[in-house]
Design a binder for this molecule. Structure first.
Ligand code: SF4
Ligand code: SF4
Ligand code: F3S
Length: 266
């Protein structure tokens, strides 16, 4: 039988910290290496590619032409707009221009991380570079939001694997997030929930309740308003997640989380 063509993926990096890459490469189910080597044809990425420099930029432009209308565009990072986008330059060009050029022929777009999905930390008030989300700049394309700062490794690989296996994008909620990963609030799957229901709350990080693992709601936990899979998938191969380490959820997958009430000031 003829070998099935792997989906072509172009992965751009804008205004960001590369933490989403760091998360992606730690996926164990499937292994990130399996995704990159066997499930997709990752033709362009600034960070994971062996190639670099001008030949690599030429390759990007070849792919934009030869795979027009077929490639998946993954974007990590927000898009700074002020001063003609010069606060984020890639290969000598403003990122916003590269994004628009690559988005034009994309089959669909994945916003990886809260920077791409919502603007991210660099958009925090007063947002000195006027950084916005990818979907604020690109229109007329199907966009999958995969928020989180960073998103969970297996959520990142899971989204692209869904497309590689089934040839279609996963079912999305009204915000454009895959329902299978963002269908529950952190609060819905939290193992500390019985303490919430019993009214047993941590009041200080060094009190008896903290030692006993009570609910972190009064310490600013945003689990009740945050949609993500941390409670059931957990991080690093199911090892732990913020609440399990004794800290409330900061809502890192939610729109504008960086400007929400700062519980470090409580
Ligand atoms: Fe870094 Fe968070 Fe932005 Fe990902 S979403 S690039 S982890 S700041
Ligand atoms: Fe809900 Fe947070 Fe309390 Fe867990 S720790 S039960 S997510 S408020
Ligand atoms: Fe982020 Fe909250 Fe999960 S801070 S990592 S969504 S528990």
């Amino acid at each position: 039988a003829e070998a099935k063509e792997l989906p072509t993926v172009i992965w751009l990096h804008g205004h960001e910290c590369t933490g989403c890459d760091e998360s992606f490469i730690r996926s164990t189910s499937p292994f990130a290496s399996d995704v990159i080597l066997n499930m997709i044809a990752l033709e362009y990425t600034d960070t994971l590619a062996a190639a670099a420099g001008e030949p690599f930029e030429h390759h990007l432009h070849d792919i934009l032409k030869t795979k027009r209308g077929k490639y998946v565009l993954a974007v990590e990072g927000g898009v700074p707009l002020d001063d003609n986008g010069t606060y984020c330059m890639v290969a000598g060009r403003p990122f916003v221009d590269i994004l628009k050029e690559c988005a034009e022929g994309a089959a669909f777009i994945i916003e990886y991380g809260s920077c791409a999905a919502w603007g991210g930390i660099q958009a925090a008030k007063p947002n000195p570079t006027n950084t916005v989300s990818v979907s604020s700049v690109v229109s007329g394309k199907k966009i999958i939001k995969v928020p989180g700062c960073p998103p969970i490794p297996e959520v990142m690989t899971g989204v692209i694997m869904h497309y590689a296996l089934f040839g279609e994008i996963p079912p999305l909620d009204v915000e454009g997030r895959p329902k299978q990963f963002y269908g529950n609030r952190i609060h819905d799957t939290c193992y500390r929930r019985p303490f919430f229901d019993s009214g047993l709350f941590v009041e200080r990080f060094d009190d008896e309740g903290a030692k006993a693992g009570w609910c972190l709601y009064k310490m600013g936990c945003r689990g009740p308003v945050t949609y993500n899979s941390c409670g059931n998938l957990r991080w690093w191969n199911g090892l732990s997640y913020p609440i399990q380490s004794g800290h409330g959820c900061i809502g890192c997958s939610e729109r504008g989380f960086w400007d929400n009430d700062n519980f470090y000031q409580r």
